[in-house]
Design a binder for this molecule. Structure first.
Ligand SMILES: C[S@@+](CC[C@H](N)C(=O)[O-])C[C@H]1O[C@@H](n2cnc3c(N)ncnc32)[C@H](O)[C@@H]1O
Length: 128
C-alpha cells in the first residue's frame, strides 16, 4: 500500500464511526492461502448486456476494460465485514465494489484516477 493510500484510510477511519474500514485489494494473497486466487480464476466478467454496459454505450462513456466479477467483490466484502461497515476501494474503476457493498448493506467509498470511469460507475446504481 502506498503511503498516500494509507493516509486516506486513516482519514476515513477518523471520519466514519464504523467498526472497521476495509480496503479492497483482492489481488493481494490472503493469509489463508490461495483461496482468493482460486476465486478469481473461477469467475469472469465479460457481460456485454448488463445495465452498466448498456448505459455506457448509450451515453458514449468508456466501458471499463477490466471490471471484476460481482461474485469476487461479494466474497471479499462478506469475508471481513459486517452490515454497516465501510468498504474502501482506492482503485474502483467501474465501482463493482461499491455496488455490491451497497447491496450487502455496507457503506462504501470509491476512488479512481480516471474521472470517466467514476462518472460511468453511477450507472450501477438505481436512479442514475
Ligand atoms: C483493475 S481496475 C479496477 C476494476 C474494478 N474493480 C471494477 O470492477 O471495475 C484498476 C483501476 O485502478 C485505477 N488506478 C490505477 N492507478 C491508480 C492510482 N494511482 N490512483 C487511483 N486509481 C488508479 C485504474 O484507472 C483502474 O480503473
Amino acid at each position: 500500500m502506498s503511503s498516500s493510500a494509507s493516509a486516506v484510510i486513516d482519514e476515513v477511519k477518523e471520519a466514519f464511526p464504523a467498526r472497521r474500514v476495509v480496503q479492497f485489494l483482492p489481488m493481494v494473497s490472503s493469509a489463508q492461502g490461495d483461496e482468493p486466487l482460486r476465486v478469481i480464476a473461477a469467475m469472469g466478467n465479460n457481460s456485454a448486456n448488463d445495465a452498466y454496459t448498456l448505459r455506457c454505450k448509450a451515453e458514449g462513456l468508456k466501458i471499463h476494460p477490466a471490471r471484476y466479477p460481482r461474485a469476487l467483490s461479494e466474497f471479499f466484502i462478506k469475508m471481513p465485514t459486517e452490515e454497516g461497515d465501510v468498504v474502501l476501494d482506492p482503485f474502483a474503476g467501474s465501482n463493482t465494489t461499491g455496488a455490491v457493498a451497497e447491496e450487502l448493506q455496507r457503506r462504501w467509498l470509491a476512488f479512481d484516477d480516471v474521472e470517466e470511469y467514476l462518472a460511468a460507475s453511477k450507472f450501477r446504481f438505481p436512479g442514475f
